[in-house]
Write a protein that binds this ligand. Structure first.
Ligand code: IPM
Ligand code: MG
Length: 370
């Protein structure tokens, strides 16, 4: 029987995006072949690359292609040109934010898993880190990112953003977090700033009400400032974390550093039919074109795609296990290298992609789920 083809739209975007997406594609192609699946690919513009070509960070053709896709893999958006002039009305990031909004991707899932091989690459002590395994649920289409009004007055001496949440927006992300906790250690930390913010008080109240449907899951509320501290003090206390758009943005960059490098952190944005998978890192313009970027976050995002979008669990596990194997053999991109890493094992973006792909057939035969 001919396997059903899954159609993937690639949005390489800016900076190191195209380089890391290219490696993720190689790994996807090999994995599909090994497991007898069929994939097709199409590429579209987003971010600065799209602004340069069309004047729009999310051109209509890109949105149309994404709507036809079974899943989307994004590299990164952003360009230093806009940071030099932060008030430019059109910015690359708008492409990604509009895409999330248009596709109703309200849940951003960011798994923080520490590979034992990288324990010494983190800035934290190994004994604090070992065994850390956190699943973040970041609300992605509400909060201060999208709340109205937002603006700036004519004289440019005042600007404002609005942090707003509805009960329904909080409920649906909370449910996902509680459901996920049931497959794990059954602990949910809900992060807010309810001692100060009204929107956080609604957040806390709604999550508490929702928790009544999950009596088997322990719920803890934590203020975001404390959570920022607890994450590096005792990260093992966390199992599932659910939080708002802005707090989730900040806390997941912090949590990424637990894994040794922002270059290790994948993410899945879901909610409606079509999922968007993307590394958490940005466009890293200083690394673009140098073959030094770490493609593992993009490669692991591809694994999340196979798992969440297609339900190809074994294929997804094979990618995670290939990455473990790569690290166990000592291969490192420069961001993961330590003073004692042999120079010969510090390799570039393309070599890492090739190696991960080459291990897939082997681990596919042998490995249990991670
Ligand atoms: C992220 C990024 C984005 C965000 C930017 C690029 C708009 O930082 O996905 O974490 O703030 O959501
Ligand atoms: Mg971010």
């Amino acid at each position: 029987m001919k396997p059903q083809t899954k159609h993937i739209v690639l949005l390489p975007g800016d900076g190191i995006g195209p380089e890391v997406v290219a490696q993720a594609r190689i790994v996807l192609e090999t994995t599909a072949q090994v497991f007898g699946y069929s994939l097709s690919f199409e590429q579209a513009l987003i971010g600065h690359a799209a602004i340069e070509a069309t004047g729009d960070p999310l051109p209509p053709d890109t949105l149309a292609a994404c709507r036809r896709a079974d899943a989307i893999l994004l590299g990164a958006v952003g360009h230093p040109q806009y940071d030099r002039n932060p008030s430019t009305p059109i910015r690359p990031e708008q492409g990604l934010l509009r895409l999330r909004q248009n596709l109703h991707l309200f849940a951003n899932i960011r798994p923080i898993r520490i590979f034992d091989e990288l324990l010494d690459a983190s800035s934290l002590k190994p004994e604090i880190l070992q065994g850390t395994n956190i699943l973040f649920f970041r609300e992605l289409t509400g909060g201060i990112y999208f709340g109205q009004p937002k603006g700036r007055d004519k004289a440019r001496n005042r600007a404002w953003d609005t942090m707003t949440y509805s009960r329904q927006e909080i409920q649906r992300i909370a449910r996902m977090a509680f459901e996920a906790a049931r497959q794990r250690r059954r602990i949910v930390h809900s992060i807010d700033k309810a001692n100060v913010l009204e929107s956080s008080r609604l957040w806390r109240e709604t999550v508490t009400t929702e928790s009544k449907n999950y009596p088997d899951v322990q719920l803890h509320h934590m203020y975001v400032d404390n959570a920022a501290m607890q994450l590096i003090r005792a990260p093992r206390q966390f199992d599932v974390v659910v939080t708002s758009n802005l707090f989730g943005d900040i806390l997941t960059d912090e949590a990424a550093q637990l894994t040794g490098s922002l270059g290790m952190l994948p993410s899945a944005s879901t909610g409606a039919q079509i999922g968007l998978f993307e590394p958490v890192h940005g466009s890293a313009p200083d690394l673009a074109g140098t073959d030094k970027a770490n493609p593992l976050a993009a490669i692991l995002s591809a694994a999340l795609m196979l798992e969440h979008a297609f339900g190809w669990h074994e294929a997804a596990h094979a990618i995670w296990n290939s990455v473990s194997h790569l690290l166990a053999e000592g291969w490192r991109t420069p961001d993961l290298a330590q003073p004692h890493t042999p120079a010969a094992k510090v390799v570039g973006t393309q070599q890492i992609g090739k190696l991960v792909a080459s291990f897939v057939p082997m681990v596919a035969l042998s490995s249990p789920a991670p």
